[in-house]
Design a protein around this ligand. Structure first.
Ligand code: MG
Length: 298
């Protein structure tokens, strides 16, 4: 089940993609069939219902089949455009990537002993086919990072490793766009990761029921059709249950929180000479079973 947010003319909506991926069934239609309140956006839907309605939604989808809006008619937006707080991120969570960025300030060891957490501001997050705007008088080292995004489904603290999946709503694709010059200059990564239009997510949130656990999905990116990153999420140094159990120790995770789990090798900074993004570039981030998140560099 693929959830998405969209604009149809001036109206914002959210819904579920039909099985053949060409029609959006608005959540409003589905929830009215179930006599349920309609939360105003997908984030509020996750907070209100998370997994409790999935079975019922599947049934309603069966019955109303293709009574929706053609996917082509809507503008897909970030599934969660305004995250309820900063996006949680993992640094150096694939071995080969940790090696290629060894010059970044992040401690003395190349392979981290513990997860490296940082956060980025997404206000708003951009979505599929949206433009990334480089402030050229300020940064000339914009870089891409494809990442598996985990969407938390219910509040939890001190979550046991074995129960991590219960706290997940689903998965998405993230592009953790980074101004490498600012990331280095300020030592702390917050600013270099948080410029406007630097958090892309989408196009969909795939419900966890569609993805076997542990999550082992091919992940990669292309720039102008050239393969840059290619790996599998089984290569995460700290896997999803480790991240959720460790991050939630003493820190309550909330339904709707987004965790970007780190990027594999092949970022622009890792090449010699580096391959930073420039105007006109088309960046495609893809993850098996989720789709492709495309963004254009303005
Ligand atoms: Mg990253």
């Amino acid at each position: 089940m693929k959830f998405l947010s969209y604009e149809l003319g001036k109206k914002e909506g959210y819904g579920i993609l039909n099985e053949k991926n060409y029609m959006v069934i608005p959540m409003e239609t589905l929830l009215r069939e179930l006599n349920k309140d309609v939360p105003k956006n997908l984030l509020d839907f996750i907070r209100a219902y998370s997994d409790s309605l999935i079975g019922d939604l599947k049934e309603v989808l069966e019955n109303i089949k293709d009574k929706g809006i053609p996917l082509k008619a809507v503008k897909i937006t970030a599934p969660i455009k305004y995250p309820r707080r900063n996006v949680f991120c993992l640094g150096k969570n694939y071995v080969e990537h940790a090696k290629e960025i060894k010059n970044l300030p992040s401690g003395n060891t190349i392979i981290p002993d513990n997860p490296i957490y940082f956060s980025k501001i997404a206000d708003p997050a951009i979505g599929h086919m949206d433009k990334v705007i480089i402030p050229k008088d300020y940064s000339n080292k914009f870089d891409y990072e494809v990442e598996l995004g985990v969407i938390i489904g219910k509040d939890g603290k001190d979550i046991p490793y074995e129960e991590a999946e219960d706290y997940i709503f689903g998965y998405t694709i993230g592009n953790d766009i980074t101004a490498r010059d600012l990331q280095t200059k300020h030592i702390q990564w917050l600013k270099g990761k948080s410029l406007d239009t630097c958090t892309a997510i989408g196009p969909y949130i795939v419900h966890k029921s569609a993805i076997p656990f542990p999550v082992e999905l091919d992940i990669g990116s292309k720039v102008n059709g050239e393969i840059r990153q290619s790996s599998n999420t089984r290569n995460l140094i700290f896997d999803i249950p480790t991240i959720i159990s460790d991050l939630s120790r003493g820190l309550t995770l909330r339904a709707g929180d987004i965790i970007l789990t780190g990027t594999p090798a092949g970022v622009g900074m890792g090449f010699e000479p580096p391959k930073y993004l420039k105007s006109g570039d088309i960046v495609e981030c893809y993850i098996e079973k989720i789709g492709t998140l495309t963004n254009i560099i303005e």
